[in-house]
Design a protein around this ligand. Structure first.
Ligand code: SF4
Length: 439
């Protein structure tokens, strides 16, 4: 784990508790306000969406179908639902004070500011899992992100540290698009198809999973000679995989897989899509034999919203603006942008601009607004004019955070996320391969 500890020094930063969303960018560019979200209902009262049938709730994933076994959040005491913002603020700060070094609170880049303000670290999912390792005295890791992130933190943390997700309904629609049984079924079909191929010393196919997946899938790739990637290191990981296999099965995000492989020179016709509801994923045997990267039929509902038309509109309104998008965006959007990269890449690109610059950014609006507040010398706005945040991140509300923290103060651990030992070992194997593959 020493490599993890070294890595985190470069990757994490302490959050500025004073950050707030900017109403407008420095140049008057459109920016989010509380009333301009595609619906404010989830922001104000996420508990109204908990307890019923599994659903992502208002926001970018609203139109996606949540799996029947999606974790559900039971009710929380009325006092947390009725408390004012000021009361919750005082209770959260008091609980944090009482717990002291026994607690570390992690906030994802896409998390809302009302929650991120309490985070000891803010970053992407892997940065945050590693950030917890810099707090060896922490008995409790409260992860203000989504379910797969809390699982990764549990895999990387010590067994005596408890990882808590303030709202169990905070899943991820992309991660839910690849379930273990569908991937196992796909794998069996591919193994059967490739069984007759000549042995050239490489595996017929290497499974590569994006960090945004369940622990079960990280364990799957660990067991099958595969590897995990992030949006920061996807090309390095694909190179690693191509050294060991003739093809890659990439899940769950088709866009990250396609954008990364295309940039490495893999032709589009060598990247068939696997639809888990169809035999051979909806492909011919020949197409799968010729494939270099088999893309799972998954996507991020937030990043799918960005379009080439939005980029054209931004350039028309702000000639010379710099368009930076996340590689979870569709290929046409990535191709039309000036640059594409991970959340960390986007942050660094903004931080590196020495002259006042207009940035049109294609990623989750909470992060964009935070950048706008942090860098007032620039004009920074979200490419998507309809502000539609990540539905699942919004399931975390200060009311839930106050509840889990006060339960910890009372000596009770609620909403603990645990990954069983066998799964954790295999998943860690895949994560460690990724760390070893760093250039
Ligand atoms: S932004 Fe997309 S990938 Fe990230 S948690 Fe939300 S739905 Fe999942």
């Amino acid at each position: 784990m020493s490599s993890v500890n070294v890595t985190i020094q470069e990757l994490t930063r302490t959050v500025d508790p004073g950050l707030r969303p900017a109403a407008r960018g420095a140049g008057g560019a459109p920016s989010a306000t509380a009333s301009s979200t595609c619906t404010p209902d989830l922001a104000k009262s996420p508990w109204n969406f908990d307890g019923g049938s599994p659903a992502y709730g208002p926001g970018a994933s609203m139109g996606d179908t949540a799996p029947a076994d999606t974790p559900r959040q039971g009710g929380i005491p009325e006092e947390y639902r009725l408390a004012t913002d000021a009361e919750l603020d005082a209770r959260i700060r008091a609980a944090k004070e009482t717990l002291g070094d026994r607690l570390v609170v992690l906030g994802h880049f896409y998390q809302r500011d009302e929650v991120v303000q309490y985070a000891d670290f803010v970053g992407d999912s892997f940065q945050l899992a590693n950030a917890a390792l810099t707090k060896p005295d922490a008995e409790y890791i409260v992860f203000c992100g989504v379910h797969f992130m809390a699982e990764t933190a549990d895999i990387l943390s010590r067994g005596d540290q408890a990882v808590v997700l303030p709202n169990l309904a905070a899943g991820c629609s992309m991660a839910d698009m690849a379930d273990e049984s569908s991937v196992e079924e796909c794998w069996e079909q591919l193994m059967e198809l490739y069984a007759e191929e000549d042995d050239d010393g490489r595996a017929p196919v290497i499974p590569v999973t994006y960090m945004n997946c369940s622990a079960a899938l990280k364990a799957f790739v660990g067991r099958h000679g595969g590897i995990v990637c992030t949006s920061s290191n996807a090309s390095t990981v694909l190179e690693w995989a191509f050294e060991r296999g003739r093809r890659v099965l990439f899940f769950p995000d088709q866009h990250l897989g396609r954008n990364t492989a295309k940039a490495m020179g893999v032709p589009l016709e060598a990247m068939p899509m696997w639809n888990p509801r169809r035999p051979l994923g909806g492909n011919s045997a020949e197409a799968l034999q010729e494939a270099q990267v088999i893309l799972w039929h998954g996507f991020c509902s937030v990043h799918k919203r960005f379009t080439v038309g939005q980029i054209e509109g931004a350039r028309a309104e702000y000639p010379g603006c710099r368009v930076i998008v996340h590689p979870e965006c569709p290929m046409e959007v990535v191709d039309a942008a000036d640059a594409a990269g991970s959340t960390d890449f986007i942050r660094k690109a903004v931080a590196a601009a020495t002259e006042p610059t207009t940035f049109a950014i294609g990623t989750e609006v909470n992060m964009v607004n935070r950048l706008a507040a942090e860098y007032p010398q620039h004009t920074i706005f979200c490419l998507d004019p309809v502000i539609c945040p990540c539905s699942t991140m919004y399931r975390i509300h200060p009311g839930y955070l106050a509840w889990v923290l006060e339960e910890l103060v009372a000596g009770r651990i609620v909403n603990r996320i645990t990954v069983d030992a066998v799964t954790a070992v295999d998943a860690k194997t895949a994560l460690e391969r990724m760390l070893a593959a760093r250039p």
